[in-house]
Write a protein that binds this ligand. Structure first.
Ligand code: ASP
Length: 327
């Protein structure tokens, strides 16, 4: 069993004085390494509970509002599944055009409305800072499920949990993580690079020149003493990578479609390319994938991207239990 410090025991009693009770989850900057140990401990136990009993009543009577202004499959449905597996229920607002948002309602007013009916709000929105804005107006906890090209903290937590569960038996320190693809617009890599800087990892960034990792993210990560290198091609650093984190080129963020066409297939991972990689490494992807990983690679044991989705369920169960005072 991987090393989870402070692994708690289920079932939990309700505790309004618990550290995470009522807290917003807006950015990975709010977490310490010790917090991650705690969250991963709870997530690990959630996994065990799901495997043993499937669904249990930890959050019975609690209601989650799932407010999505941008498309989502995994984040939205895994939060729904997480809430329902914990015995709670969900108000799904996936099509804001059918809600009062289409009548011109502001985000603060929509959030004020939903918190009358729900105990926690999960928000995805196209603007950077939207979750922080919503949290200013909400008395109930707000969880950032992606704010434009800003952050995706729950994805970074589940990504780090995936690395922890798959490779972390000997600890996270010393791992080499290579991020590939659209590092400019990909909010998942912005959050993941920041979160991994809590460990002594080495980070490589491989991207077309116009999609490089933003300078502010690199400066923040460098400030934690993390070694980072940028490369235009994958070949040189693939053999030393413990994790290859592939991202989709974010078509919807490009103003000029010709620019997208030029870079959309800049990197494609396939079995031939992966012959140069270690046997005991993993390939991750936040999904959805378009063409950046060929389906021929899916059966390779190193292809962790489908397992990664499942880890997301356990991490989101842990976060909901925590902010609702049950962990
Ligand atoms: N699902 C991830 C996100 O919402 C990655 C992606 O869309 O490419 O950021």
């Amino acid at each position: 069993m991987p090393n989870h410090p402070a692994s708690p025991h289920l079932p939990f009693g309700e505790n309004k004085h618990a550290e995470w009770y009522g807290k917003d989850i807006l950015s990975v900057r709010q977490f310490t390494r010790q917090d991650l140990g705690y969250i991963f401990g709870v997530a690990h136990e959630m996994r065990g509970m799901v495997e043993r009993v499937g669904t249990f009543d930890l959050l019975k009577g609690k209601i989650l509002a799932n407010l999505f202004y941008e498309p989502s499959t995994r984040t939205s449905s895994s939060f729904t599944s997480a809430m329902e597996r914990l015995g709670g229920s969900v108000i799904p607002i996936n099509e804001v055009r059918y809600s009062s948002v289409s009548k011109g309602e502001s985000l603060p007013d929509t959030v004020r409305t939903l918190e009358c009916y729900a105990d926690v709000i999960v928000l995805r929105h196209p603007e950077v800072g939207s979750a922080a804005l919503a949290a200013q107006f909400a008395r109930k906890p707000v969880i950032n499920a992606g704010d434009g090209i800003g952050e995706h903290p729950t994805q970074a937590l589940l990504d780090t949990f995936t690395i922890f569960e798959e490779l972390g038996v000997g600890g996270m320190d010393g791992l080499t993580v290579t991020m590939l693809g659209d590092l400019k617009y990909g909010r998942t890599v912005h959050s993941l690079a920041r979160l991994l800087s809590l460990y002594k990892v080495k980070l490589n960034y491989v991207s077309p020149d116009i999609l490089r990792m933003p300078a502010e993210v690199m400066e923040e990560v460098a400030g934690k003493g993390i070694v980072q290198h940028e490369y235009p091609i994958l070949d040189t650093i693939l053999p030393e990578s413990d994790v290859l984190y592939v991202t989709r080129v974010q078509k919807e963020r490009f103003e000029n479609p010709d620019e997208y066409e030029k870079v959309k297939d800049a990197f494609v991972i396939n079995p031939q390319i992966m012959q140069a990689a270690k046997k005991n490494m993993i390939v991750m992807h936040p999904l959805p994938r378009v063409s950046e990983i060929s389906i021929e690679f899916d059966d390779d044991p190193r292809a962790a991207y489908f397992r990664q989705m499942e880890y997301g369920l356990y991490v989101r169960m842990a976060l909901l239990a925590m902010v609702l005072g049950k962990a």
